[in-house]
Design a protein. Structure first.
Length: 255
């Protein structure tokens, strides 16, 4: 009987969570999956565009070899996308493991010292303006359900949402694919055109790509799309320009 009740309770929770997720997507325009992946998508695409166009422009200007530029572009995208994906995986995994450790410690503290947790509940909710009578109701409800108490204490005391921890594999996949997409834009002109024609198209296409992707990001986060596009274009464009100037200065010093 108890097992049946538990199954019914879990099913009800799952249905409720799905309804909350649906309402969140309707009200805010994005799902939790999109929110969690946006950082890696922006980072990967921007870095793929900037690092690839910078390297290819330098190689094209320095060698004048069409074949060298194309091979270098493919190598850069392959190596850097794998490197970025690996870096995203390791950093996300480290962050997740650290937060999981904090959650385990909080869970152990709840089991070891429930009275101490009760006192913390009263302190936290008093600061937020609740009366002792209201807090007593909240405390009794939370202390009757260790999972609910852990979720509440993790959120309010540690700033952690147990349901929204990093997903290392997903982050790595998004990072790698985003880098490939970004890096492909400056390479494409060199596949079909001679260097004198491909170089300006590569640079111009990369700048347009930055603007459009920034605009897409603006739509996702409900900002003015063209302002978001200009922001990404200016920030990434300045980074590319500084890198280009440093490269020219170094080349001048060497020669």
């Amino acid at each position: 009987m108890d097992a049946c009740l538990m199954k019914v309770h879990r099913s009800a929770l799952e249905v409720t969570q799905k309804r909350i997720e649906t309402r969140t997507k309707e009200h805010h325009g994005v799902s939790s999956a999109v929110r969690n992946r946006l950082r890696d998508a922006v980072f990967g695409t921007q870095d793929g565009l900037i690092s690839t166009v910078g390297a290819l422009t330098g190689i094209a200007a320095g060698t004048g070899s069409h074949e060298t530029v194309v091979i270098a572009g493919c190598v850069i995208i392959a190596v850097e996308s794998l490197s970025m994906a690996a870096g995203s995986y390791l950093s996300s995994k480290s962050q997740r493991e650290y937060l999981e450790r904090l959650l385990r410690e909080e869970e152990e503290e709840i089991a070891r010292d429930p009275q101490g947790e009760r006192e913390e509940i009263f302190e936290m909710y008093r600061v937020r303006g609740y009366t002792d009578e209201e807090i007593d109701i909240i405390a009794r409800r939370l202390l009757s359900n260790p999972k609910l108490l852990l979720e509440d204490m993790a959120h309010k005391e540690l700033g952690i949402s147990p349901e929204s921890l990093e997903e290392p594999i997903g982050n790595a996949v998004v990072m790698g694919i985003s880098y490939v997409i970004g890096g492909a834009i400056p390479v494409l002109p060199y596949l079909f055109l001679p260097i004198p024609s491909a170089m300006p198209l590569s640079v111009g296409g990369s700048l347009v790509g930055l603007f459009l992707f920034g605009g897409l990001k603006g739509r996702v986060v409900k900002q003015v799309w063209w302002k978001s596009g200009l922001e990404m274009l200016l920030v990434a464009g300045v980074a590319a320009l500084v890198g280009f100037l440093i490269g020219r200065l170094a080349d001048h010093r060497i020669h």
